[in-house]
Design a protein. Structure first.
Lengths: 164, 109
């Protein structure tokens, strides 16, 4: 695939790429913009190269995931948490006000990722495993556990809504 | 099993469908311009910077070439001790500090 062809495909995937970047950045839009900018820079400078071993979408999503993790690590080092920090307790919050994103944030990271890649972005479990850089078996485990956890949270929320 | 069995989970399907609908309102940033445009803009900026550097390099030199000390020569007519007129040649760096040593320029000319 030539450079121009790759650029055209990446451009067509821009919206999905931004949504995935935002999901990788804990639903922080500003951070997602910075991460995506860095991803495109990596591609333009040839630091991230596509070897035709997967689809462009799988490859792009993998670069985004890796870059967001890199970015999070970097910002964590630059802005360490203060010694005394008040941690918000969401357990007593009204479940009705909990959004889709807030529910997903309650899941462990890998479970959240695999559910987003399969249910939201419509990728196969095999491709999701490739993006997450885990084996298919591991991805399957996270997928099953994630589905159960999210489903029980959704049903709990619905039950609470019905009682009101 | 390569694909996710999404069809068996209507609860999750419904949840993600609603989530996708909600995400339609997200503001998506503009896709960055192609590297050709970036390269052109970079070249233009570099060109302007180079022009300014060259101009700054040459202008101070041009000012240094103009030296009053070499170009300004004052020839005056003065009377010596025997009251004979003699020609005195002097140089000066500035016209502001030079004054005629004789009154001939003021009175005779």
């Amino acid at each position: 695939m030539t450079r121009d062809q790759l650029e055209t495909v990446v451009k067509s995937l821009h919206m999905d790429a931004f949504v995935w970047a935002r999901q990788c950045c804990g639903f922080d839009g500003e951070m997602a913009r910075d991460v995506l900018q860095l991803v495109y820079l990596k591609i333009l400078e040839g630091k991230a190269t596509f070897h035709n071993q997967s689809t462009v979408k799988t490859w792009l999503f993998s670069v985004i995931r890796y870059t967001s993790m890199e970015w999070a690590r970097k910002t964590r080092v630059e802005n360490p948490l203060p010694e005394i920090m008040e941690i918000a307790d969401h357990s007593s919050d009204d479940p009705e006000e909990v959004s889709h994103e807030a529910l997903l944030l309650l899941l462990p990271e890998r479970q959240k990722e695999v559910l987003l890649l399969t249910f939201y972005h419509g990728l196969t479990l095999e491709k999701a495993a490739g993006i997450m850089q885990v084996s298919l078996g591991t991805a399957r485990t996270h997928y099953a556990r994630g589905k159960n956890n999210l489903k029980s949270m959704i049903l709990k929320r619905r039950k609470h809504e019905d009682c009101r | 099993m390569k694909t996710a069995d999404k069809s068996r989970d209507p609860v999750l399907e419904e949840f993600f469908a609603a989530y996708r609908r909600q995400d339609r309102h997200l503001s998506i940033p503009v896709f960055p311009k192609s590297p050709k445009n970036i390269r052109k803009r970079t070249l233009a900026v570099l060109g302007i910077a180079a022009s300014i550097s060259i101009a700054l390099f040459y202008f101070p030199k041009a000012e240094e070439d103009i030296s009053l000390d070499r170009n300004l020569l004052i020839i005056s007519l003065e009377k010596n001790e025997e009251q004979d007129p003699t020609i005195v040649v002097t140089t000066t760096t500035s016209m502001d500090i030079w004054e005629s040593p004789t009154e001939s320029l003021l009175t005779e000319f």
